[in-house]
Design a protein around this ligand. Structure first.
Ligand code: CA
Ligand code: CA
Ligand code: CA
Ligand code: CA
Length: 310
């Protein structure tokens, strides 16, 4: 059988490790060789540096602009750019004035709002003509309504390293002092959080904009929670958002052998385990150079890729 006719994923390994005695001898030899190989020594030094930095490999940012969606109600959950939007409002809370609201008061709908007039007034904001707003209502056509907003959850299709969201809202008057929060979570635990406190100057219902951003702090995150609080409870300022921008790690890097978006010690051990025939990450083969054979050239090529950090 020619090398090209072999199944690259597992056939070479089977051929090499079929005899258990050969496998044991080979494994011992590989361990001995790897521990003394100069590239391995350099890589172990590199591991220390990577452990300190543990930076995600950033891919291109994905921007949810909402401009290709039709104006109208999206329901209490929807999916866009692979992101699942849920938990819209549906909570009780209060305003700085002491007034309270029920879930029914603020509605639970995600809404695409054609906001052309807003973009005329704030040309640097988001991307015309659509925004995402919340609650109970929208105004068909270029005019707009900033909906009542208490909370929303955005579950991401993959672990992300950075996210930002542009926000347009009313400040001053009854809204002054309410705090917007953007939390980034991994497995339900907050890994980063950003806040913005609504101004409490003169007048009321002055439209203004801001951007909240979160980063992964080295851990990656898979969920965003945007919400508004007053006095440790929910509040319901008026809000529309645009250009939710999420940066996912580049998982096409060959040295990221376990495909988690980071090149670190775990990739090194994952490759060694795979190379020794113990266990390979899903979809991975120890045949790193894809020539149909698993041999020391694969180990060298992996170390080269690991040292180059892709
Ligand atoms: Ca509109
Ligand atoms: Ca837009
Ligand atoms: Ca990895
Ligand atoms: Ca090979």
């Amino acid at each position: 059988m020619l090398p090209d006719e072999r199944g690259l994923a597992d056939a070479p390994k089977v051929a090499i490790f079929r005899d258990p005695l050969i496998r044991r001898r080979r494994t011992r030899r590989m361990r001995l060789t790897m521990s003394t190989h100069p590239r391995t020594v350099r890589s172990l030094s590199l591991l220390a540096a990577l452990a300190a930095s543990n930076l995600a490999l950033a891919g291109p940012a994905d921007v949810s602009a909402y401009d290709d969606l039709a104006e109208g109600f999206l329901g209490d959950a929807f999916e866009y750019h692979g992101i699942l939007y849920t938990e819209c409002n549906n909570v009780a809370g209060s305003f700085p004035s002491g007034e309270t609201f029920t879930p029914q008061d603020i509605g639970d709908q995600f809404i695409i709002e054609n906001s052309t007039f807003l973009f005329d007034a704030f040309p640097d904001f988001g991307s015309r003509d659509n925004t995402l707003t919340f609650g109970t209502a929208y105004i068909p056509g270029p005019n707009l309504s900033l909906g009542a907003f208490a909370r929303a959850t955005m579950t991401l299709p993959a672990s992300a390293s950075h996210a930002s969201v542009e926000m347009a809202f009313y400040e001053n008057g009854p809204w002054g002092g309410i705090v917007f929060h953007l939390d980034a979570l991994r497995d339900g635990q907050v890994v980063d959080s950003a806040t913005y406190t609504i101004a409490d100057g003169g007048g009321r219902d002055n439209v203004t904009t801001t951007t909240l951003s979160v980063s992964d702090q080295g851990a990656g995150f898979d969920q965003l929670k945007l919400y508004a609080t007053w006095n440790d409870g929910y509040s319901a300022p008026r809000l529309m958002i645009d250009n939710l921008t999420v940066t996912y790690p580049d998982t096409t890097c060959p040295a990221d052998f376990n495909a988690d978006g980071f090149v670190d010690f775990f990739d090194f051990t994952a490759y060694v385990d795979c190379f020794e025939g113990i266990e390979c990450p899903p979809g991975q083969s120890a045949d790193f150079n894809a020539d149909g054979f698993v041999d020391f050239f694969d180990f060298q090529d992996f170390v080269d890729a690991f040292e180059a950090w892709c």
